[in-house]
Design a binder for this molecule. Structure first.
Ligand code: HPA
Length: 279
């Protein structure tokens, strides 16, 4: 479904905007996470709209800018905002951060998102390290002719979420004094939230959080040989747990309230990653 050759103009645009960039990692800051990278030295910035085939991020809570940043002497491409499958724009904008990270030689991808909490004993505002995922999007970004840019035809999925980087993340959380849960992220396409019956089904399937993103990027980054690590902000209890409707306002309100710990976690991870960018 992705025509990798057609993404080359995006690489050219970012190369021109960020001469000499050598990011060791890419980071996608999802719903409400855009400000979590304050603390990186800014080496350059470009709007998604100025990157061919990427386009403006059209969702509230998404800044829609790529920051070329540096922290502890190590460069990162920080995508402040993301494009989603539910926007109906095809996979190219969705996977652009992974494409650019890979083309520029990055070795790891840090993915963040907002999601509904499926576990009843968790609370809105909790942060969760992603240990694994369930793809219920009904689509896979690797469907289509095999392109070796993305690795093997049949990529192994037994360790998409890097145990090594998860350990660094856990150490970062501890050092920053941030409570961090661990769990399985399940992705649907959205844009509808789930029904209570779906949430009960997802719980039985082993999901801890449910959202509408992240899995396509994780599949591709892993296939392309990047280490993948991710954090979910549980912004609300999933449908049917509390007797109230779900709204996007609740999502952005919760991330705003949790911003201090989200930022502390990102920065503490960045410092540890800089000391050990490859296994
Ligand atoms: N469901 C799906 N996506 C979400 C949710 C949710 O409850 N909260 C934030 N993103």
């Amino acid at each position: 479904m992705i025509d990798t050759a057609s993404l080359a103009p995006a690489f050219d645009a970012v190369s021109a905007a960020f001469p000499g960039a050598r990011p060791a990692w890419g980071m996608v800051l999802g719903s409400g996470w855009s400000e979590a990278a304050a603390g990186f030295e800014a080496l350059g910035e470009i709007s998604f709209a100025d990157i061919p085939r990427f386009g403006a991020a059209g969702v509230a809570g998404h800044a829609g800018r790529l920051l070329w940043g540096r922290r502890a002497g190590v460069e990162a491409f920080i995508f402040r905002g993301r494009r989603h499958v539910y926007e109906g724009v095809g996979f190219e904008p969705v996977i652009m951060p992974v494409y650019l990270a890979k083309r520029f030689g990055a070795k790891a991808m840090f993915l963040t998102n907002a999601a509904g909490g499926v576990r009843k004993e968790w609370n809105a505002g909790d942060l969760m390290a992603i240990t694994d995922h369930i793809n219920l999007m009904g689509v896979n970004p690797l469907v289509g002719p095999h392109d070796p840019f993305w690795g093997a035809r049949f990529p192994d999925q037994s360790a998409v979420w890097s145990p090594r980087l998860r350990k660094l993340l856990a150490e970062a959380a501890e050092a920053a004094g941030v409570a961090l849960r661990e769990g399985v992220y399940l992705a649907g396409t959205g844009p509808t939230y789930e029904t209570p019956a779906e949430v009960r089904a997802f719980r039985a399937m082993g999901a801890d959080a449910v959202g509408m993103s992240t899995v396509p990027e994780a599949i591709l980054a892993n296939a392309a040989g990047l280490e993948v690590v991710g954090v979910t902000c549980i912004t609300n209890m999933a449908s049917g747990i509390l007797d109230q409707p779900l709204t996007h306002e609740e999502v952005t309100e919760t991330t705003a309230k949790s911003m201090e710990k989200m930022r502390a976690l990102v920065l503490a991870f960045a410092d540890r990653f800089a000391a050990a960018p490859t296994p």
